[in-house]
Design a protein. Structure first.
Length: 282
C-alpha cells in the first residue's frame, strides 16, 4: 500500500518520516508549497519523497490530494507527522492464528494485562498490520480502518471496534472516486471522516490491538490544546449539525463545554455480532 505522511511546519522536528525510512518503508511526505518543500529538504527530517500539493493550508485538502494519488479502489496508509512509536498486544500473531479476538479484560483484572498491551513493533511490521486491517475492512464492506487511540487496557479488550473514532494519527483508506474529506471538521477531521464513512458505508473499523503513539499537542501543526480551541469549538458545532445522527456534543474532564464530540451508538447487537463473526479469523 502507498504510504502518505502529512507535513505542515515541523521542518526540522518531524518524526514520522525518518522512522519509516529507518525500517525501509517507502513513503511520500505531502506539504503545501514549493517553499515548504525546500524547508523540509533542508531541515533533515524527511526520509522519503516530498511532494508539494500547491493547496492552501488545511489538512482536508492534503487528505484529498493523497486520495487523488491512489487508483480507484486502492488502499493507502495515511499518517500524521509526529509519530514516535508503534506497539501491539503481545502474542498478536498467535491470537490471530487461534482466532482469539477478546482478551477478557475488565476493570477488576486490568492490572494483570498492563505489561502485555504495548509490545513494540517495527514500522515495516506495522505495514503488515495495516494490510491485515484493510483486509478486515474489505470483509465487511468498510473503506476506513483506524487503530487504537487510547492505551488503557479495558478499552482494548476486543480486537475489533466498529463505528467509533478512527483516530487520525494512522488510517488505512480505500480510495473511492468522488468521495472527499470535508473541510469543515478542521482540527478534528478524523471525527468528520469517520462520520462520513459510516454515513456512506454503514461501518468503519478500528484495530484496537495496535497502538501508534504520537507527540500530541507539541509545537507545530495545530499546536497545543489552547492553540486549537477556537477552531475545535467551531468544528464541533459544524460536525454535530452536519451528522446529528452520528455525533453529539459530550462533556470531557478539564475541557471547556462544547469542545468535545462523541459518536452515538449506531449498530444493533445483532449487527455487532455478525461483524465480529466475520472478523473472527482476522
Amino acid at each position: 500500500m502507498r504510504v502518505f505522511v502529512f507535513g505542515y511546519d515541523r521542518f526540522e522536528n518531524m518524526t514520522t518520516s525518518l522512522l519509516l525510512a529507518g525500517d525501509g518503508v517507502e513513503h511520500t511526505v505531502l506539504c503545501h508549497s514549493d517553499e515548504d518543500r525546500a524547508k523540509f529538504l533542508a531541515g533533515g527530517a524527511v526520509g522519503g519523497e516530498v511532494v508539494a500539493t500547491g493547496l492552501e493550508r488545511g489538512l482536508a485538502g492534503q487528505r484529498n490530494a493523497a486520495l487523488d494519488m491512489l487508483g480507484d479502489g486502492e488502499w493507502g496508509v495515511f499518517l500524521v507527522d509526529d509519530l514516535v512509536s508503534v506497539s501491539e498486544v503481545s502474542g498478536y500473531d498467535e491470537r490471530r492464528r487461534t482466532r482469539t479476538t477478546e482478551l477478557g479484560i475488565n476493570m477488576d483484572n486490568q492490572a494483570a494485562f498492563k505489561n502485555g498491551m504495548e509490545s513494540p513493533i517495527s514500522w515495516d511490521r506495522f505495514m503488515v498490520r495495516c494490510a491485515e486491517t484493510a483486509d478486515a475492512c474489505d470483509a465487511i464492506g468498510a473503506r476506513l480502518g483506524g487503530f487504537c487511540g487510547i492505551a488503557n487496557p479495558p478499552w482494548r479488550d476486543r480486537k475489533w471496534k466498529f463505528n467509533g473514532l478512527a483516530d487520525g494519527r494512522a488510517w488505512v483508506v480505500k480510495q473511492e472516486p468522488g468521495f472527499r474529506v470535508e473541510a469543515g471538521a478542521g482540527c478534528i477531521d478524523d471525527f468528520g471522516w469517520t462520520a462520513q464513512q459510516i454515513e456512506r458505508h454503514g461501518v468503519a473499523v478500528v484495530n484496537q490491538w495496535v497502538l501508534p503513539t504520537a507527540q500530541r499537542y507539541k509545537p507545530g501543526g495545530y499546536g497545543s490544546i489552547d492553540d486549537r480551541l477556537v477552531e475545535k469549538l467551531a468544528a464541533v458545532k459544524y460536525l454535530t449539525a452536519r451528522h446529528p445522527g452520528l455525533l453529539r456534543v459530550a462533556a470531557k474532564k478539564n475541557e471547556p463545554a462544547g469542545s468535545h464530540v462523541q459518536f452515538r451508538r449506531t449498530l444493533s447487537r445483532g449487527q455487532l455480532d455478525r461483524a465480529r463473526r466475520v472478523l473472527s479469523s482476522k
